[in-house]
Design a protein around this ligand. Sequence first.
Ligand code: AMP
Ligand code: TRP
Length: 342
Amino acid sequence: MSETTFTPRVFSGIQPTGNLHLGNYLGAMKRFVDMQNADFETVYCMVDLHAITAWQDPKDLMKSTRELCAGFIAAGIDPEKSILINQSQVPEHAQLGWIFNCVARMGWMQRMTQFKDKAGKNAQNASLGLFAYPALMAADILIYHATHVPVGEDQKQHLELTRDIATKFNHDYGVDFFPITEPVIEGAATRVMSFRDGSKKMSKSDPSDASRINMTDDADTIAKKIRKAKTDPEGLPSEAEGLEERPEARNLVNIYAALNDQSVDQVLADMGGKQFSEFKPMLAELAVSKLAPISTEMARLMDNQDEIDRILARGSQRAREITAPILRKTYDIVGMVPPVQL
Ligand code: AMP
Ligand code: TRP
């Protein structure tokens, strides 16, 4: 167990691979804003190095990175309060990532379900980067000595691996250097499901656009997608038990609760007995009222690319004040000869 007390610090990242959606907003971004406004030092990252574990067209990657930065700001991340960066501008992430490639074990990596899902049937043809990805993710977090990581449910296994890597490093080198990070997976929408299939998570890569609400969708599109979302013929129950075995109904209630900062029980106490024909327009109105201002602001910021690029440059400057000393200390622990003054 760690004896050192680490300053509370939050880190999280999102891949700039297009199609930011409601799951990203509720499972991640909205929570990032909550934590920024609590008493934490917060660092949020567009993980462009992670994005290229699968092929990205270079022009699209640049556009998506800036769009994601615009999304963070539009959702309420204040670049003065939080440190906002793209991963590749802070080289210490990749440098610590290498050290962690040498700490993590093949057997640990082979258990990662996200690799299995993403590599699919043709794992032999997946990039080595996709396999090593969770070690880089651990480095993203630990290069800041971050203590708390807000994420959606799907990242839980990667955060357990991050703890394993920190523990093994500390043990192998006889130090108490890296914190054992806490995952923060909370709220009503840690796993937003597809609108077409309540057993699949809402995802950027789903070929069906109707399966998700994109953060750039306009009000009409949002309302239409909710109207068409798959449901069952029953009405809403008055208590959460009534949502068991009803994944589509549960998903819409979870989304309503998360958007309205309520618990599922509170929503059902108000809405129990309503039919979906009545509930869906209410959900649509709520979703539009929360999301439309974000997409409008994103569009405004995207017209102002220089401002975005300056925010990222400033973010990386601030980030490196934290990451450079932690990398140097890591190198010292591992036994890398430091540069002397010439
Ligand atoms: P990604 O888009 O995979 O880079 O995910 C960025 C963040 O959004 C991570 O914290 C994910 O856990 C979260 N996230 C992605 N999809 C969902 C979803 N369907 N429901 C809740 N959170 C999600
Ligand atoms: N793996 C995360 C995802 O796919 C993105 C990510 C990369 C991340 N590095 C991180 C999340 C560090 C939290 C902390 O969604």
